[in-house]
Write a protein that binds this ligand. Structure first.
Ligand code: H2U
Ligand code: ZN
Length: 341
């Protein structure tokens, strides 16, 4: 048997049917990098130049309402547009294209410019969970795939620190969703169980990749994680889509989100950047018993607030690679977990 804490090995990702190279022996190599001073940038609760704050004017001239909780609006620079009637497919040898339709929204999590999702109160985060579920119901009634996500921090390309997320929804299944769907379908066909529900059982028994274990949710570093501190958030019962969550499960989700995000913030004493998003069964009118709701957190940081992981070289050309094991990352995150205040 290989010693996965000390020897190079590959780990399989059953959700995407791909592999990651793990090189744990390299974590012993000397590191001469800097240790950052924590940045304590002060933000005002309301910023008159912010296009997401209540009462402010956006790029198009629209004025935001004086919202008190959450606020959703159509993205003024949407990446997806409603499909034009005349658009047709193009096929010429190896070259193909097809028309797409969709819509994009911006989701303001709070009127407070100076907070992050992890700083917000648990009842206010619950409000964000309710907004996400409403978006799935509303936009999902028209479109097959509703991608809810948050890009947090300049390192992840967020253009504004105001706490916000986005919805990009489309009339087709995007590449990664199609692959996750296919892998889950094959697993359920051969075992009769949703793959990610079996994963929850296996991770609860193994314990060493758990970051937060709450009543209804499990936050883990997946065995096959590629980003150093990547995590996955899973409900403990079979749930296909967010609107199915009970009130108690939503409250508990708000608690786990706050606990997990605050642990991230403590890890390198910084407002931890990440890209996070929700995957559930497509809203294509089919039942999808194979699908299990889950969230992915993909943070870019490796060693400190400013030293990030680069997916370059071998990773870009051959296969994803990491040094720190998933178990090592989970332990470091677990050590940063405190009861939220
Ligand atoms: P990011 O910070 O993750 O880039 O999200 C901000 C979004 O807000 C971005 O998609 C939109 C941008 O298109 N936006 C508006 O819809 N209206 C504006 O006035 C500015 C930015
Ligand atoms: Zn703002």
């Amino acid at each position: 048997m290989i010693d996965t804490s000390d020897q190079p090995h590959r780990r399989y990702n059953p959700l995407l049917d791909e592999w990651v190279l793990v090189s744990p022996h390299r974590t012993k190599r000397p590191w001469l990098g800097q240790k950052d001073e924590p940045s304590k940038e002060l933000k005002p609760p309301h910023d008159p130049t912010c296009y997401l704050c209540p009462g402010n004017v956006r790029a198009t001239g629209d004025v935001n309402p004086e919202y008190a909780g959450t606020f959703a609006f159509e993205n003024d620079f949407a990446a997806l547009l409603m499909k034009s009637e005349e658009a047709t497919s193009y096929n010429n040898g190896l070259l193909h294209s097809s028309p797409v339709g969709g819509e994009c929204r911006v989701l303001c999590f709070s009127p407070r410019h100076d907070l992050t999702l992890g700083d917000m109160s648990i009842p206010d985060i619950r409000g964000v969970v309710d907004m996400w579920a409403e978006q799935i119901l509303d936009v999902g009634s028209r479109l097959k795939w509703v991608q809810i996500f948050e890009n947090k921090g300049a390192a992840m390309g967020a253009s504004n620190p105001h706490p916000h997320g986005q919805v990009w929804a489309c009339d087709y299944l995007p590449t990664l969703i199609a692959r996750e769907g296919e892998c889950q379908r094959k697993y359920a066909d051969s075992t009769g169980r949703p793959m990610l529900l079996d994963l929850v059982d296996q991770e609860l028994a193994a314990e060493d990749r758990i970051v937060v274990d709450s009543r209804h949710w499990l936050l883990i570093v997946p065995y096959w994680a590629t980003w150093p501190f990547e995590t996955m958030l899973l409900p403990k019962r079979a749930v296909r889509r967010m609107p199915e969550l009970t009130s108690e499960e939503r409250d508990d989700l708000a608690y786990v989100l706050k606990t997990g995000i605050q642990a991230y913030d403590r890890l390198f004493d910084t407002s931890f950047p990440y890209s996070m998003g929700w995957h559930g069964a497509p809203t294509d009118g089919r039942d999808h018993p194979e699908w299990q709701l889950h969230a992915h957190f993909y943070p870019p940081l490796l060693r400190s607030a400013s030293v990030r992981k680069f997916m370059v070289g071998f990773e870009l050309l051959a296969e994803a690679q990491r040094d720190l094991t998933a178990e090592g990352a989970a332990k470091r995150l677990r050590d940063c977990v405190q009861e939220p205040v």
